[in-house]
Design a protein around this ligand. Structure first.
Ligand code: APR
Length: 242
């Protein structure tokens, strides 16, 4: 399959994972030096962990939020290439990201669905208020909306919780002419099943752009391997000029 036979006014759905932010200086999860090699998912990324030890969970996200809020983490050429695609493509471009950083926003993309939430937002478990938050969060901070104590949590989807925007995402997958997966290991569902959903219920071409074959590599029509900052701009250029 080449990118020349993609209808220029069709919808493109792009799934991104931690690999697209790696060259901006953010850790991935499952690479050898990834986050899950340093801390256990069960201790910081489940609702049970938050019930058991909210302080540890808050500190884990405080450290990641501080890194993002420092301003030292910048979007890279891959983020900018996707923003260019959204501006110059004749149809809609929808980014479905598993990432909780704001590098797609900083890179200039508009249509972004954060299916695993956003680390620079917090949510009240009592009144469901969501608000931007760049400081440390502690269990002592009361909700500004309902004054509940200890109810504020990162607006992030933990293991065992439902990801956001699922209906909208499946609609887009079933109606896209191209599904591109970038920088994800294909380990975590439902995102890991999106390519199969396109193949089964949609009609789009499917392409994987990754440093190495993901768990779902064989399901894609086409695979391109390399560093995101190299292969993503090249692929976008080909899509726009072919
Ligand atoms: N360019 C392109 N791909 C890269 C790069 C790079 N520079 N560096 C790493 N990768 C690839 C890795 O080869 C790997 O396949 O990015 C992928 C990262 O995989 P994971 O660490 O598993 O991250 P991700 O797929 O986003 O994880 C999905 O799991 O822990 C949960 O909620 C968390 O959203 C996350 C989800």
């Amino acid at each position: 399959m080449s990118s020349t036979n993609i209808p220029k006014d069709g919808t493109i759905v792009i799934l991104t994972g931690a690999g697209i932010s790696k060259e901006s200086g953010l850790d991935t999860f499952r690479d050898a030096d990834g986050l899950w090699s340093k801390v256990n998912i069960e201790d910081v990324a489940t609702p049970e962990a938050f019930m058991r030890n909210p302080k540890m969970v808050q500190e884990f996200y405080n450290a990641r939020r501080k890194t993002m809020a420092s301003g030292n983490i910048k979007p890279n050429a891959a983020h900018h290439a996707l923003a260019r695609l959204e501006k110059e493509w004749g149809g809609e471009v929808v980014i479905v990201t598993q990432n909780i950083d704001d590098l797609h926003e900083q890179g200039g993309s508009d249509k972004i669905l954060h299916m695993h939430g956003e680390m620079l937002k917090i949510r009240c478990e009592k009144c469901n208020m969501v608000l931007p938050w760049k400081e440390d969060l502690t269990v002592e901070v009361p909700c500004t909306e309902c004054s509940a104590q200890g109810a504020l949590r990162p607006h992030v989807v933990w293991f065992g919780e439902m990801p956001f925007y699922i209906e909208e995402i499946y609609q887009a997958l079933e109606n896209c002419v191209l599904f591109i997966s970038i920088g994800t290991s294909g380990n975590v569902y439902p995102a890991a099943g999106f390519v199969s959903h396109v193949r089964r219920y949609g009609f789009g071409q499917t392409v994987e752009l990754n440093l190495e074959p993901s768990d779902g590599a064989s399901t894609f029509h086409q695979s391109i391997y390399g560093a995101a900052t190299e292969i993503v701009p090249t692929y976008v250029e080909e899509l726009l000029t072919s």
